[in-house]
Design a binder for this molecule. Structure first.
Ligand SMILES: *Cc1c(COP(=O)(O)O)cnc(C)c1O
Length: 388
């Protein structure tokens, strides 16, 4: 054991993308024209009206000071207005809205505020790795909720053993889902809320992709009657407004859980840069701005290129209804790491192997729609050239 490395770091989820990262760097160093469809980071800039609001806000000296507390009232009111408009959900901006330095931060810190060592946290797999790391940092124990195609990539709550249910304090859901692009219905959320209430579990729905939809607007878990009793929802401006570098997000829902998270945060960070909060307020207030909605047309065109191109090449692909990912079955159900390694080696296209999200993601690859249409077309053409 290393002198300066805590044992708990050894319990973090293994980083299974190292191999692909290594091969990607090698391909770039070898001078290959690499197309990276691996990263889930929007390629388009933040809409101009938000950048303009930031430019003005940064000149206000009041924003140069510590931004202590749960977030500026104007930001929290904009959040409440957004949730009312978008989901028909009423929130008290004083107690039911908490500003976050990105939802990753909120997800990572939440278990420290709401669980005790040894408590069980229900974590979907394949899924965002931070559900697990936050649990490890808080001394919790992860119980994996397998997501499978035959259940629409939704966890089967009836399969959770009774003794596990009783020890569970926290359960994560993430719809629209990363990496599977699956959506959950309000009926499913209602079942999950009933389950959480029955076992005294705090249900956390990660809604990072709630505004990235092609057809029907995805629901909020807080639309379920009485959900605020045992639920919080994590939202982020990152993917919705191409603001991943800005670090602004929010949690909404159960006031007690939010207060616990706020206590952890007040001991670790000193708030979100006030100018970013002001720009975020403008973004949320104009969430239906043409520049924002036009983004989904961009992703739709790229999605259609990927789905039709891969299908023509014999791949099994479900057309995603939300997110900027395509979750595709590997040819003949091949091992996902092997498939990604071959595509990278032979055609210099980077995809994410589903197996990197845990065994439940095996047999799939994740394709991010975050490169320009022409490059997307080129990438799909290259993938189609691989002979299996
Ligand atoms: C991107 C992402 C987040 C984190 O976004 P932030 O930039 O930290 O707000 C959270 N959950 C999922 C599933 C994501 O893909």
């Amino acid at each position: 054991m290393s002198r300066w490395r805590a044992d708990r770091l050894g319990q973090l989820p293994p980083y299974l993308f190292v191999e692909i990262d290594r091969r990607k760097r090698a391909a770039i160093e070898a001078g290959k024209d690499v197309i990276d469809l691996g990263v889930g980071d929007p390629d388009s800039p933040t809409p101009r009206f938000i950048v303009d609001a930031m430019a003005e806000a940064i000149r206000q000296p009041a924003n140069h000071k510590y931004a202590l507390g749960a977030g500026k009232m104007e930001f929290r009111r904009a959040v409440a207005d957004f949730c009312r408009r978008r989901f028909g959900v009423e929130l008290d901006p004083k107690t039911e809205v908490l500003a976050l330095l990105g939802s990753k931060e909120g997800i990572g810190h939440l278990p420290t505020g709401v669980i005790n060592p040894g408590d069980v946290v229900l974590v979907p797999q394949p899924g965002y790795p931070v559900y697990q790391s936050g649990t490890v940092f808080a001394g919790g124990e992860c119980h994996v909720l397998p997501l499978r195609a035959e259940s629409g990539w939704l966890p089967v709550l009836e399969d959770i053993p009774e003794n596990v249910r009783r020890r569970s304090r926290l359960m994560y859901l993430n719809y629209p889902n990363n990496p599977t692009a699956a959506c959950a219905s309000l009926e499913f959320f209602a079942q999950a809320v009933a389950f959480a209430r029955r076992y005294g579990i705090l249900l956390v729905q990660d809604a990072a992709y709630s505004e990235l939809y092609f057809k029907q607007a995805p629901p909020s878990v807080l639309q379920v009657e009485g959900a605020k009793d045992c639920c919080i929802e994590m939202h982020s401006l990152s993917k919705t407004f191409n603001m991943t570098g800005w670090r602004i997000a929010f949690a909404v829902g159960n006031a007690e859980a939010l207060a616990a998270l706020a206590t952890v945060k007040s001991n670790l960070d000193s708030g979100i840069f006030g100018a970013v909060q002001q720009a975020g307020t403008v973004a949320l207030t104009h969430s239906d701005h043409v520049e924002v909605r036009a983004q989904m047309d961009v992703y739709r065109r790229r999605r259609d290129i990927v789905v039709s191109g891969l299908r023509a090449a014999g791949w099994t692909v479900t057309e995603p209804e939300a997110t900027f990912y395509v979750w595709a079955g590997t040819p003949q159900g091949r091992n996902s790491l092997e498939a990604c390694a071959r595509i990278l080696e032979e055609q210099a296209v980077v995809l994410v192997p589903g197996g990197g999200f845990g065994p439940c993601g095996e047999g799939y690859v994740r394709i991010a729609l975050t490169v320009a249409e022409e490059r997307m077309r080129e990438a799909v053409g290259r993938i189609a050239r691989v002979r299996w």
